[in-house]
Design a protein around this ligand. Structure first.
Ligand code: NDP
Ligand code: MG
Length: 381
């Protein structure tokens, strides 16, 4: 029986992780969970799964929760995230919070030799070198939850990584894949939030529409698999059936396929290296699908992808700035304070103004992250 700490329990990945836990009561139990503000979603989870510790975003939510569950241990803030990522009872930490707020919890979980199932890609974009260095030092293998990275991880099973020639990440194209740049002027928040294939949290759905999500994933893949940027390709594949591929030295290509269902990579990370049944999930039926489509991803049409490659190649704090500027700009868009195309403009402007610091330590990263967010705000004030 694996005891799980679930960071981001009320989110899209969090709820799907709970579904996996529920399907396998003999294999998993929820020891602790964290959420930010959404108490209405959290209450039924607490009643059903009986976690021993709950971490919440702030003291007001803590008081509300504590009044309903006087005997439950409730902690608020970042120190709570670290506490449930390091508790001796915990076997697996699922990091599914949104944003670079997940960084310190990931680092702490690694230091305490936990199995880390990582959905929180911002952690690797903002401080990939620190996370990977720590994982190596403590002999911890990070288990990717992001579907593309889970696919690559599965394709690399039993292979000699030295014989890998490239990674090919697939991209659904997001809600605006068939629009031209002219069409993007005046698109609304509601339009952007309609993803054709996946039902995800608001921030990552916007990231998919700008294609920054794929950019963040290129950087995530660089760190997770230690592959240089010029050996990481992206390709538009609108059906989201091939989750990603690896090409080897002999031109052989291995791909991982499945219906778009995040519970598959979540469960694989929770139970690695063994596979479990996933009852009730739709099986892949290629005959029903008939055709799969592939197309080039044009970096002029999707400048966020280009920015991500450039920031990744520059390295140092450039990707910290990329991530923080993106988080800040997407938040402004979700608050209806900027137009869709201003997201990429604000990120580019912030990147242009930044002088990268090589091999930054944690304090530098946290400081650059904070400064970047206020810089983005200063541009629109
Ligand atoms: P959601 O926005 O749906 O969920 C985010 C979760 O984080 C919520 O439970 C939220 O709580 C919680 N949270 C936010 N701030 C805090 C905080 N300060 N303390 C504790 N918890 C907090 O996001 P997703 O589930 O879509 O995505 C989560 C991560 O997984 C992201 O990094 C995303 O890029 C990645 N990912 C997601 C995929 C998906 O299919 N959704 C696919 C691949 C990767 P609350 O809402 O209660 O405030
Ligand atoms: Mg993904």
């Amino acid at each position: 029986m694996k005891k799980i700490s679930l960071l981001g329990a009320t989110g899209s990945i969090g709820l799907q992780t709970l579904d996996v836990i529920k399907k396998h009561p003999e294999a998993f139990s929820l020891f602790a969970m964290a959420f930010g503000q959404n108490i209405n979603k959290a209450l039924p989870i607490i009643k059903e799964f009986h976690p021993e510790v709950v971490v919440v975003g702030n003291d007001t939510i803590k008081q509300q929760l504590q009044s309903q569950f006087p005997r439950l241990e409730v902690i608020s803030g970042n120190k709570g995230l670290e506490e449930i990522s390091t508790a001796p009872e915990v076997d697996v930490v699922v990091n599914a919070v949104m944003g670079s707020i997940g960084l310190q919890a990931t680092l702490k979980a690694i230091e305490h030799h936990k199995q880390v199932a990582l959905a929180n890609k911002e952690t690797l974009v903002t401080a990939g070198h620190l996370v990977m260095e720590k994982a190596k030092e403590h002999g911890v293998e990070l288990l990717p939850v992001d579907s593309e990275h889970s696919a690559i991880f599965q394709c690399l099973n039993g292979e000699n990584k030295k014989q890998l020639s490239k990674l090919i990440l697939t991209a659904s194209g997001g809600s605006f894949r068939d629009k031209t740049r002219e069409d993007l002027i005046g698109v609304t928040r509601e339009d952007a939030l309609k993803h054709p294939n996946w039902n995800m949290g608001a921030k990552i759905t916007i990231d998919s529409a700008t294609m920054m999500n794929k950019g963040l994933e290129v950087i995530e893949a660089h760190w997770l698999f230690d592959v240089p940027y010029d050996q990481i390709d992206v390709m538009m594949h609108k059906e989201s059936v091939i989750h990603s591929m690896v090409e080897f030295a002999d031109n052989s290509v291995i791909a991982q396929l499945g219906t778009p269902d995040m519970r598959v990579p979540i469960q694989y990370a929770l139970n690695y290296p063994d596979r479990l049944e996933l009852s009730g999930a739709k099986r892949l039926d290629l005959m029903e699908i008939g055709k799969l489509h592939f197309a080039e991803l044009d970096q002029e049409r999707f400048p966020c992808l280009k920015m991500a490659y450039e920031a990744g190649k520059e390295g140092g704090t450039m990707t910290t700035v990329l991530n923080a500027a993106n988080e800040a700009a997407v938040q402004l868009f979700l608050q209806d304070r900027i137009a869709f195309l201003q997201i990429e403009e604000l990120i580019q402007k912030t990147l242009d103004a930044h002088q990268s610091i090589k091999w930054p330590d944690l304090q530098t990263i946290l400081e650059v992250d904070r400064q970047t967010r206020s810089q983005v705000l200063s541009y629109i004030d």
